[in-house]
Ligand binder design. Structure first.
Ligand SMILES: NC(=O)c1ccc[n+]([C@@H]2O[C@H](COP(=O)([O-])OP(=O)(O)OC[C@H]3O[C@@H](n4cnc5c(N)ncnc54)[C@H](OP(=O)(O)O)[C@@H]3O)[C@@H](O)[C@H]2O)c1
Length: 352
């Protein structure tokens, strides 16, 4: 039995080259024979891959070795979080037909150790893709980032609010009784965020961004918690609107992904004047508590407080065999300024 699999050809230094077959290509596609399963291994067929900015860090030459991040080096298979179906198993806990989530290769079929599998996806009335969105890495980041740091009645600002993490953060904050204002890069995306229940949303490309944000924050014109996945200029502006003793939760710095020079914060003295707390958030600190988040997120989903329909997903369907080679391009959608709102997923197959 053979499988197609993507390898990392070159670590990235800036923008990845998603074309295949060039000396500077970031990825290389190969077809190879699958080895017989050993004890404790599972053969899985890929159903969906999650596309995450985190993968950028896994393959970035400049990633800090001390950041505790997974690193992928040239000649190693490219990895992704994903959903897969078990085809064959030499691990007691998995049986053919099980649908599982975990850490897989960018491959049609992967042989993984049972430890690479997070768990079986239980039967549910929610769509299967919920396991990679609302209750996947981005949804759990939103859940713990918000739930652990807000109280009912707080005013919360969420940047990158139409993205995978932000859209769940907005809905979790609403479910917990906060006033929520989103930030996105277009009026259309703001409409989407308000459709999720946000009390307001402001387009950061609007020349009157800061004035409009202040207005959206209500009578006081300040916020208590800023859930920030963007950093740079947006962070620099929003900290001027933080209430005394407010909290900036640093979840990401996507504005600096292409150009670290954009990360500068000039309004830093306000951190002292307003007694702000700046706190780094890392989802890996909460992995052991994922089951409690899944319970709440599933409950809120079934109550209609969190959406899991196609409007919150950005699915690239590569289930036709000839489209497999487009996996890097689907991932590249993450960096496309015109991408639609929602969690970017790559579909490879439906479960059997
Ligand atoms: N700390 C953790 O444990 C953890 C866990 C998961 C994710 N994260 C981080 O959270 C961030 C969001 O991840 P995601 O999966 O939600 O990504 P995503 O779905 O791709 O959404 C990212 C959003 O960021 C916005 N954006 C991109 N470039 C921007 C810029 N230069 N300025 C302002 N906004 C920009 C885009 O929206 P607009 O079109 O509105 O600009 C985009 O929708 C990433 O930085 C990721 O690394 C952190």
């Amino acid at each position: 039995m053979t499988t197609r699999v993507f390898y990392l050809n070159q670590q990235i230094e800036g923008i990845p080259n998603l074309a295949l077959g060039e000396p500077s290509s970031t990825f290389r596609l190969a077809t190879e024979k699958l080895q017989p399963l050993k004890d404790g291994q599972v053969l899985v067929k890929a159903l969906y891959f999650s596309n995450d900015p985190l993968q950028f860090a896994w393959i970035n030459k400049a990633s800090n070795e001390n950041a505790g991040l997974r690193r992928i080096f040239p000649g190693e298979p490219m990895g992704a979080l994903g959903l897969a179906q078990v085809v064959d198993s030499k691990a007691d806990q998995y049986r053919p037909g099980d649908i599982v989530n975990g850490s897989f290769d960018w491959a049609e079929y992967s042989i993984v150790s049972a430890q690479a599998i997070t768990g079986k996806i239980p039967q549910s009335s929610l769509p299967l893709t919920t396991a990679l969105s609302t209750t996947g890495l981005t949804g759990l980041t939103a859940y713990f980032g918000i739930k652990e740091h807000v109280k009912e009645g707080d005013t919360v600002v969420v940047s990158a609010a139409s993205g995978a993490t932000g859209l769940v953060a907005v809905q979790v904050a609403k479910a917990l009784g906060c006033r929520v204002v989103g930030i996105t890069g277009s009026d259309e995306k703001c409409k989407f965020v308000q459709g999720l229940g946000a009390d307001g949303c402001v387009n950061y490309n609007d020349p009157e961004f800061i004035g409009k944000l202040k207005q959206a924050l209500g009578e006081k014109g300040t916020c208590n918690v800023f859930f920030d996945a963007v950093g740079g200029e947006i962070l620099d502006k929003v900290i001027t609107l933080m209430a005394k003793n407010g909290l900036v939760l640093v979840v990401g710095f996507i504005s600096g992904a292409k150009n670290p020079a954009k990360m500068a914060v000039r309004n830093w003295p306000i951190v002292i004047a307003s007694r702000l707390t700046i706190k780094g958030f890392n989802m890996s600190d909460y992995v052991h508590r994922a089951p409690e988040a899944v319970v709440d997120l599933t409950k809120w989903s079934l109550e209609g407080k969190i959406r899991n329909d196609p409007s919150v997903l950005n699915v690239v369907d590569l289930s036709e065999e000839s489209k497999f080679a487009d996996i890097p391009k689907a991932w590249g959608l993450l960096f496309d300024e015109n991408k639609k709102p929602g969690k970017v997923l790559t579909k490879l197959a439906d479960p059997k």
